[in-house]
Write a protein that binds this ligand. Sequence first.
Ligand code: SF4
Ligand code: SF4
Length: 367
Amino acid sequence: MDKVIFKKASYDYDVLKPIVFNMMESIGKDLITKQARVLIKPNLLSPARPDKAVLTHPHVVKAVAEYVLYKGARPQISDSPATGPFKRIIREGGFEKAFKGIDVDFKTFKKSVKVDSGEPFGSIDIARSAVETDILINLAKLKTHSQMLLTLGVKNMFGCIIGFQKPEWHLRTGVDREMFARLLVQIYNAVKPSITIVDGILAMVGQGPGKSGTPRYLGLLIGGRNAFAVDRLICSLLGMDPDRLLTNKVAKELGLCSNEIYANGDFNIVDNFRFPELGSLLYGPKPFQRIMRKHIIQKPVVDNLLCELCGECWQYCPAKAITDNRKTIDFDYDKCIRCYCCIEICPHGALHAKETLPGRLLRRFSV
Ligand code: SF4
Ligand code: SF4
C-alpha cells in the first residue's frame, strides 16, 4: 500500500524546516544512511524568481538538503535546465542566497550513461549522477503544463535527460502525447527516485509550466516513496480524474502503479484549479493529419512586445521551426510539431498557444 502525505506549509523557513524533516522521516526514516551519496533533483527549468512559481522553491530544497546533512550524508543538487546558464538559475532562483553558509554542491548534469528503459525506447542516455547515486530525491513543482496538462513528480525526472537531448525526444515522440507520457514513465522507472516531494505551496495554474503560467497559492507539500502514487492523489486533490494525466494512465496500464494508495494528512479538494487549454494534437485520417495539424491545432505565437529576441526558442525548437528575422521571430507551421517546448522555455513569457479559426469552429460545432 502506498502512502501519500499532504501537509499544510509555507515558505517561512522556521515553519517549513520541521515540516520537511517530519515528512522525510515519515516517508523513509532509515533510507538515508551516513556517508550515502544523495542526489537532490529539483525543478530548475530556467532562470525565474521564486514568486513566479516556475522552480521548486529554494527553501524546500534547502530544508531537504539540511535533512540529508543531519543524517550524516552529503547532498548534491543537480538538474539539466531547459534554458539559461545554471549559475544564473541558482542566483535568480534564490538558491545562492538561501544556501549561504551551507556546504552543498550545485552541479548541472554533464555526463550521461545508457540505461535500458525497456520497449519501445530501449537504451536512453540519462544523467550519470542520477543513475549512480545511492539515493535520489525528486523535488518537483506542482504546475500546469500546456502540452501534458500537469507537471508533477514523474515528469520532473525528464530533467535527467541532458540538454538538447530533451527536444530530440520531443521530436521522436512527435505529436503523440501518450507516447511522450510513456517515455516519461519509463525514464522515471529507470532512475527510480527513493523519495518524491512536490512543492505545491505556490503552485502554477493556466498556461504553465514556464513564465506564461500564473502562480496560485495552495500552501501544500505533498510527498511519498512512489511518484506514481503521489501524482495520482494530487490529481484527485485538484478535482480531476487521475487517468486524465497521461503519465498516470500509462503507469497504470504498464502495471507500475499500486491500486492501494491512501492520503495521509491535510487532503482537502482544491476548488477551481485552472488547467491549461489543451488542443488535440492529431486530427483526421492519417493522410490529412499534417495539413489538419497546420490549420486546426493550437499554434505557438509570439507577443512582440515581450519578445527580446534572446534566441532561446529557436535554439531549442526540436523541429527547427523558428527563425529570427532580426525584428521578430517567424514560425514555420509546416515543420512545427506542436510540442510547445518554446512556450515552456521562453524566459520572457513572450509565447503562448493560440487557437486557429478553423480549430475554434470545429470545436464549437463538435460539442
Ligand atoms: S520568443 Fe522568447 S525565447 Fe524566443 S526569442 Fe523571443 S524572448 Fe527569446
Ligand atoms: S515551434 Fe515551438 S511548438 Fe513548434 S516544434 Fe518548435 S518548439 Fe515545438
